[in-house]
Ligand binder design. Structure first.
Ligand code: HEC
Length: 143
């Protein structure tokens, strides 16, 4: 025998859950980067040098390579299969990514496709500028 009251209670519960979800119980989607409007004018305070590039490479290897890949093309072992991490070698992307813009992409991260916010990853601002200096050398190789 079908217990009508139980069925109704269950349906009410499901409807309530769906309503909560529709009303914003879902995680808000913030898929894009958070980049202040003045970012592109922010200069990199770290001048490039062999020592800086060597430090930048170390930071890249420990924090970025797992997604961006050893060659910077975005196919590291932890990159999403259907959405590779950014191709850092693409010279055409350089125009969209002055140092100041890259800084905030790395600092604030992105929800989808996922890149961690490095301000939460025990990395200093100075280290972010340093890894940016290194990452730009990928572009020259693509030249
Ligand atoms: C968990 C994976 C992951 C890690 C770790 C990661 N990234 Fe990313 N990165 C991504 C994804 C995904 C994108 C976005 C690709 C897109 O927009 O299509 C991205 C995009 C970027 C971009 C922008 C590329 C462009 O052309 O707009 C830069 C610059 C960048 N990452 C640098 C770094 C640096 C430097 C590190 C290390 C400090 C790092 N990423 C670590 C996944 C990652």
């Amino acid at each position: 025998m079908l217990d009508v009251r139980r069925v109704l209670t269950t349906m009410t519960a499901i409807a309530a859950a769906l309503a909560t979800l529709a009303a914003g119980g879902q995680k808000p989607k913030t898929p894009d980067w958070t980049i202040p409007p003045t970012a592109s004018q922010e200069p990199n305070p770290i001048a490039s040098s062999p020592a800086v590039l060597a430090r930048g490479r170390k930071i890249f290897e420990s924090k970025c390579q797992r997604c961006h890949g050893r060659d910077g093309r975005g196919h590291g072992p932890e990159a999403e299969a259907d959405h590779p991490a950014g191709n850092l070698t693409d010279p055409l992307r350089a125009a969209f990514n002055p140092d100041g813009v890259m800084f905030y992409k790395i600092w604030n991260g992105r929800e989808s496709p996922k890149m961690p916010a490095f301000k939460n990853e025990l990395i200093s601002r100075e280290e972010v500028w340093t890894v940016i200096t290194f990452v730009k050398t990928f572009r020259k190789q693509a030249g």
